[in-house]
Each structure stands twice: as C-alpha cells, then as structure tokens.
Ligand binder design. Structure first.
Ligand code: KG4
Ligand code: ZN
Length: 341
C-alpha cells in the first residue's frame, strides 16, 4: 500500500508518500516563514493563498522523489483540522479532488493526533510495542497530554487553558524583538544565559490546577518584566532573561508530566511531539523523568509535516475492516468509524 499525506493547517504546505511498512518514501515541506516574518506572525489569508500557490508543485515533487506514479497510490490522508480554515480548505479540496479522480479512499486526519505519529517515524518501532503510553504534544497551537491505551485511543487528559507552550515562546520572542517563529531564537540565547538569574513565577502549581497547563500568565509576567528593563537590553542580560523564561516554560511541562504520570503507574512509555520537542533543554529535562522508554521525534518530524499525517492514516486504515466508509470522502464517515471503535 502507498499512502499520500497532505498537510496545510497553518504555515507549512506539506506532501508525503509513505509505504505500508511506515517507510517515508518522500516528505516535502514548503515553509511560509519568510512570507509571514514581516507581519510577526501567521496571516491566515496569506497562508491560504500560499498553500494554493505551491500545493500542486509539491505533490508532483513528492511523487517524483518517492519514485511512484499516481497509479501506485492506494489511499489519501489529509489534515481535517484543527487549523486555519482557509488554509485547511486548500489541502482538503486538493485531497478530495485526488481521491475522487483516482477513486481511492480519503482518510481525514486530526493534526494534533498526527504529531504523535510523527515521533514514531523512521524509528523501526512496531506501533504495538509503544502503547500503552502517555503522549504529550507541544506545538504552536496545542499543549495536549493524552493517555493512549492503544494506537488509536486518543484520550485527552490535560491541555492548556489558554496559550499553547510554543505560542508563549513565540509571543515572548516577539516582545524581545527576536523575530518569528521565536522558539528557536529563545533557545539559542538561553544556552548562553543563567536560568537561575531571574525569578520566574511557578505557573499552575496549586493542587487543583494539576490537570491543566497555562502559559498566558508567564507571558504577561514577561511583558511587565521587560517593561521595566533598560533598553536596549545588553547581551548577557538578554541571555539570562531567555534562559530563565525557558526554564519555567519547560519546567511547567516537566512538572506536569511528573505529577500526572503518577496517576498512571502502569504506563511505562512516554511520547513527546510537536514543534517545541526540538528544544534540547526540553529533551534533557524530560530524559530525567522516570519512564521505561521515552520517544522523541527525529528533528525533521518535530514541526509540521505530511509524513505524520500519512502515518496516522495508515494506522487508521489498516485497523479498519469497514474500508468502504472512507470512499465517500466525507468527514461524517470518518466520525462514524471512530465512534464505532
Ligand atoms: O508543531 P509545530 O511546527 O506547529 C504547530 O502545529 O503549531 O510547532 C511550532 C512551534 C512554534 O511555536 C515554535 O516557536 C516552536 O514550535 N518551536 C520551538 C522550538 N522549535 C520550534 N520552541 C522552543 N524551542 C525550540 N527549539
Ligand atoms: Zn503542528
């Protein structure tokens, strides 16, 4: 079986081809960072138009790189949501057209769930050996912790009540004048600083807040802190600010993982995924937690890509006996299938 993945939920257009052994035959990503940089964040209308401009070329390039023709395609997997509606429509429209013209099943995919599958790519792991697991997705739009008893059991147990962790990195980077996206820039400067130099509030540390994440309070704290700083902020001070901020933003993730995992003593595996999982300070901090196996994505698959979309599609499609539900190209067919499980 050959699966095509299509992703267009935010500011990356991506097309991938994977085989039924979960091998990535090609994974093309066209980033819009340069286009949105001058606005300091993603402009939805501009994003949708960019997707429209590149999607067909990217699709052709993905087929060529994978060395396949359209006749080899067995199923099409596309990000259904969450995401920017105009941006999503481009990928979904393209995928529906493809599915109809090739008369192949269309598998709608939840982008946040797919990030978890991004962490398993090119790892030579059997999916069955990974679950049960806790799975944390830390991206620009989501901070979601799932308990997964099996490969398609996305049981959300904790999420952010306001900003996502990556969003907080981006907004604080903007306050610091570091550009967009800000996570990488903050990490670079944080490496040169002292994380203990500036006191940060310990967010969400009351017992009743155990099951939720929150990042907007930390962002506001940074806003007030930076207001009082003498400008321009001198280099050493800037590194110290980044390092102290990063230590608390990541610190909250790690504290929550530690306390929530104690409620699930039988779960020995942890999967970390999403754009923020590229952060090495985060990886080092998580490594210290008490899990039997901790799985991080390859750096290539931390941020948005279509191989993760195809990989989850592969898992869904290969597990269902009702293959026909996917042929009518509707989301309701997919929901019916997921509800029945
Ligand atoms: O998963 P992703 O590519 O897109 C979404 O689905 O949102 O995540 C992008 C987010 C951005 O907020 C970006 O700043 C953050 O991941 N990010 C990082 C790092 N690399 C990317 N945050 C902290 N440290 C990094 N090294
Ligand atoms: Zn994402």
């Amino acid at each position: 079986m050959i699966y095509i993945g299509i992703e267009s939920s935010c500011d990356e257009t991506a097309i991938a081809v994977i085989s039924d052994k979960n091998r990535v035959l090609s994974s093309k990503v066209s980033s819009q960072i340069e286009v949105h940089k001058k606005y300091g964040g993603v402009v939805p209308e501009v994003a949708a138009r960019e997707h429209l401009r590149v999607i067909k070329r990217l699709y052709i390039e993905a087929l060529i790189e994978a060395n396949i023709s359209e006749l080899d395609i067995d199923a099409i997997c596309v990000t259904q949501g969450p995401g920017l509606i105009g941006a999503l429509l481009v990928g979904v429209g393209f995928a529906k057209g493809l599915a109809r013209s090739l008369n192949k099943p269309l598998i709608p995919i939840n982008h946040v769930h797919a990030h978890i599958y991004g962490s398993l790519l090119e790892k030579n792991l059997s999916v069955d050996s990974v679950f049960p697991a806790l799975a944390l997705v830390v991206s620009g739009g989501h901070t979601h912790l799932y308990v997964m008893n099996h490969s398609l059991d996305f049981n959300l147990v904790s999420s952010s009540i306001d900003d996502a962790c990556g969003e907080c990195f981006d907004k604080v980077a903007k306050l610091l004048g570091l550009g967009y996206p800000g996570g990488v820039e903050i990490e670079k400067l944080a490496k040169l600083g002292d994380s203990y130099s500036i006191n940060m509030p310990k967010m969400m540390s009351k017992p009743e807040q155990k099951m939720s994440f929150s990042f907007s309070g930390l962002k506001t704290h940074m806003l007030y802190l930076l207001d009082k700083e003498e400008k321009p902020i001198e280099n050493k001070r800037l590194s110290n600010i980044c390092s102290s901020f990063q230590s608390e933003a990541i610190g909250q993730l790690v504290r929550k993982l530690k306390s929530i995992s104690s409620d699930f003593p039988d779960i020995e595996n942890l999967i970390i995924s999403g754009g923020v999982s590229a952060n090495l300070y985060f990886r080092d901090s998580v490594e210290k937690l008490n899990f039997k196996r901790i799985i991080f994505p390859e750096l290539l698959y931390c941020s948005d890509n279509a191989a993760m979309i195809a990989s989850l599609g592969h898992e869904i499609y290969s597990r269902t006996t009702r293959k026909d539900v996917f042929f009518d190209c509707t989301w309701s067919a997919y929901s019916r299938y997921m509800e029945k499980r």
